[in-house]
Design a protein around this ligand. Sequence first.
Ligand code: PLP
Length: 274
Amino acid sequence: MTKQDKSFIPDAGLEHAIDLLRHTPPEQVELPVTFSEHGIGELETLDLLAPHVLGSATYLDSPNALAHMDPPTPWITWATTLWNSRLNQNLLHPATAPFAIKAERKVIEWLAPFFGMNGGHMCSGSSVANLTALWTARDTKQIEKIVASKAAHISIEKAARILGLPYGQIATKSVGQIDPEKLGDISNACLVLTAGTTATGVIDSLELVGQAKWSHVDAAWAGPLRLSPDYADLLDGIEKADSIAVSAHKWFFQPKDSALIMFREPEMANPAIS
Ligand SMILES: Cc1ncc(COP(=O)(O)O)c(C=O)c1O
């Protein structure tokens, strides 16, 4: 049995798609008013969409783009995304994703030690990574509330609501770090510290890690600093966290949607969320 049906490999379509990428057509604002009665074919569909999708996109690599936490993606990730969408592997079972399952484990095995973590998995973004961490905290440590600074990402408050837990918003100091004086009693709480706040990139004092019943670090943005010989020490203390979220589609330069949720004690965390 051949491993693949070659008739699925297009002759000219992908080259045409790449050509449209190379020679971006001018922006077109209006989409067609009527819905096509019949399929118009792949090539015509690409021509129809290109002025909208490519012509009116925000180009993060443009000299006019102000630096933002979302980076331009290197071309190799465009190629691997193409492979990914062609293969559509399902990590449900080794039979449906023989390599992807191994690859996910390997990525975690490589990256978790930089953060002092011992396991975890990939997910679609740090919003889901944060929710997963707080869900684990609720179901393994029976935390009674979630506290984070008022500069924390909105996904933390949303997660608290989804999980049915009270949410305490703590004031920040003038630089935008969580104010430890305002924490109150956190002995039964999950404390969420942010490494790289959404608006200004501030890192909360990681000396606070370990002071609550569960410490989660939302390192969606700044987490990859941990791999930099020059800046890793900015995240010293993160290794004492119970869980850490990092977005791969921010400073790991991967395309959306990709993130990591990592745990210090995966053998305790995994059964709670499996
Ligand atoms: C600090 C912080 N946490 C979490 C998120 C959510 O990440 P994602 O977009 O990967 O879901 C963001 C996104 O901007 C963020 O800045």
